[in-house]
Design a protein around this ligand. Structure first.
Ligand SMILES: Cc1cc2nc3c(=O)[nH]c(=O)nc-3n(C[C@H](O)[C@H](O)[C@H](O)COP(=O)(O)OP(=O)(O)OC[C@H]3O[C@@H](n4cnc5c(N)ncnc54)[C@H](O)[C@@H]3O)c2cc1C
Length: 472
């Protein structure tokens, strides 16, 4: 193989061209730090292949030199998944130049895209074809579809459309030995043995490098309604979710929970934001959509909320009267993670429990954490509709950030033990990366870890793909 001859860097250069390999410290540095600035690593180089064939050649070259690889997309991982380790022996493969739409098949309601397309660009391309790609998350301007699929991202429309893995019909993947596995068929039915694509979806770059994907598309909503409702507590919010589902069926796209503290934080960090309904402890953001142009969905949301106000479940509510009002409500919700990052170091818990158990989980967690960390500040928001909350903690006022962060393991144990007790998951949508490997070892059954190890061994026997990530 020509690409494996001679020293590594010249060989990589000959594959991708001089302009697409970065080796100077200042060029490499942005690829070696994660979004939260919690992980800093080093890398021999950042390589930016421009095609699947180049990705395959780069992987073969690294394998021939026994050099480990870190696949990187938009670098918005909240678990340090895309950040190289401090040893500096890895090569980062950035997928950003693989950014084309390969095909849109409107009759099959599918599109084939390359892995480095930003999620927002995938959404736009679908919209231009008159269809919808429904994956949506606050990082959508920066994250890339390959990263979304490798983390099995969730986001704000899981209630209706499922997680990223539910939106994929086929993948193209470069394997650890540099061979390509291709399954871009666009079939909704294919029971010919194991569904191999599922191995790569959510594997965080540890089993293969996704280079392209065949995605499902859906009818574009032509009537949409966004509402913001104030409730007294989370149990009432769960009850309202049931009422909204009963009223709207699968036209209920999103149902987000936001605490008053989150609203205050977002407004404090981003002064252009305003509190839509001040003076209540909890809020829900409701999104309902219908493909029909003259759908009664708006009236149905209004009626359901009016009933809930009359019944005392909802304290107050507002329905967006324009697209700009709707996007202001969503913007408030989506700025919460960034507001918390701006405020300073914090502890994040991306947890899920069955929706019915969320209120009791929250009560128990607060009781235990208040006892352990008096004055703790809670930043609780997330995708109530699918049982996934971002149960984030900020230091008590006056407590040094470093001293607070040093308590992470103790706080995690309290939160994750309660999550386990309530039948939940300690990582709902962000993955494991390097941050949650010890938690995986602690909370995942031994047989699950054994099977995961065997799969890793089968697909990446020399552990060259994102080593030190996911598996404990
Ligand atoms: C403000 C903010 C809001 C967020 N909201 C959500 C949310 O609502 N829901 C949610 O699920 N996540 C959310 N996230 C987390 C993050 O955006 C997702 O995990 C996203 O899917 C990561 O995509 P990325 O392109 O940034 O991937 P990266 O961070 O670059 O990589 C993520 C992982 O995938 C691997 N990888 C990347 N590309 C490939 C590839 N082509 N082939 C194989 N492996 C690859 C990397 O090695 C790494 O392990 C949020 C993050 C931020 C900063």
């Amino acid at each position: 193989m020509a690409e494996s001859a001679g020293p590594l860097l010249p060989a990589l250069k000959s594959i991708v061209g001089e302009a697409n390999i970065l080796t100077a410290d200042e060029d490499v540095a942005p690829f070696c730090i994660d979004w939260r600035e919690r992980y800093r690593g080093r890398a021999r180089a950042v390589v930016r292949p421009g095609s699947t064939a180049e990705v395959a050649s780069v992987v073969r070259c690294c394998a021939a030199h026994s050099v480990p690889i870190v696949p990187q997309a938009g670098n918005t991982s909240l678990c340090g998944g895309a950040t190289p380790h401090a040893a500096g022996d890895e090569v980062v493969i950035s997928l950003s130049r693989l950014n084309r739409v390969r095909a849109i098949d409107k009759d099959n309601a599918t599109m084939t895209v390359e892995a480095g397309m930003p999620l927002a660009a995938v959404q736009d391309a679908a919209a231009q074809a008159g269809l919808l790609f429904p994956l949506s998350l606050a990082a959508e301007g920066s994250c890339q579809i390959g990263g979304n699929l490798s983390t099995n991202a969730g986001g704000t429309a899981v209630l209706r459309y499922g997680n990223a893995r539910d939106l994929v019909l086929g993948l193209e993947v470069v394997l650890a030995d540099g061979r390509m596995w291709e399954n871009l068929k666009g079939l909704r039915k294919d029971n010919t043995g194991y569904d191999l694509k599922q191995l790569f979806l959510g594997s965080e770059g540890t089993l293969g490098i996704i280079t392209a994907a065949l995605l499902k598309l859906f009818p574009k909503p032509r009537t949409s309604t966004t509402a913001w409702a104030a409730v007294a507590n989370v149990a009432v919010a769960v009850g309202l979710l049931g009422a909204m589902r009963a009223a709207l069926g699968d036209r209920l796209t999103g149902f987000e929970l936001v605490s008053a503290d989150c609203v205050a934080l977002a407004c404090a960090q981003f002064p252009a934001m305003t509190d839509p309904l001040p003076g209540h402890p909890w809020y829900v953001l409701i999104q309902a959509d219908d493909a029909a142009a003259n759908s009664p969905v708006t009236a149905e949301v209004e009626n359901a909320l009016a009933d809930a106000i009359a019944g005392g479940q909802v304290r107050d509510a507002t329905i967006a009267q324009s697209e700009s009002q709707a996007s202001a409500l969503w913007s408030l919700r989506e700025h919460i993670p960034d507001a918390q990052r701006r405020e300073g170091p914090n502890m994040k818990h991306d947890i899920s429990v069955p929706v019915s158990r969320i209120p009791v989980f929250l009560d128990r967690a607060r009781e235990a954490l208040d006892a352990a960390f008096p004055g703790l500040r809670y930043v609780v928001f997330g995708h109530l509709g699918d049982g996934n909350l971002h149960y984030n903690l900020s230091p008590p006022l006056g407590v040094e950030a470093a001293a607070f962060i040093a308590e992470t393991a103790r706080a995690n144990r309290i939160v994750y033990d309660l999550v386990a007790e309530h039948g939940g998951s300690f990582s709902a949508e962000h993955g494991i990366g390097q941050m949650k490997r010890a938690d995986l070892a602690h909370y995942k059954p031994a047989i699950d870890i054994e099977l995961m190890r065997r799969i890793k061994q089968a697909l990446d026997p020399h552990s060259l793909l994102n080593p030190g990530k996911v598996l404990p």
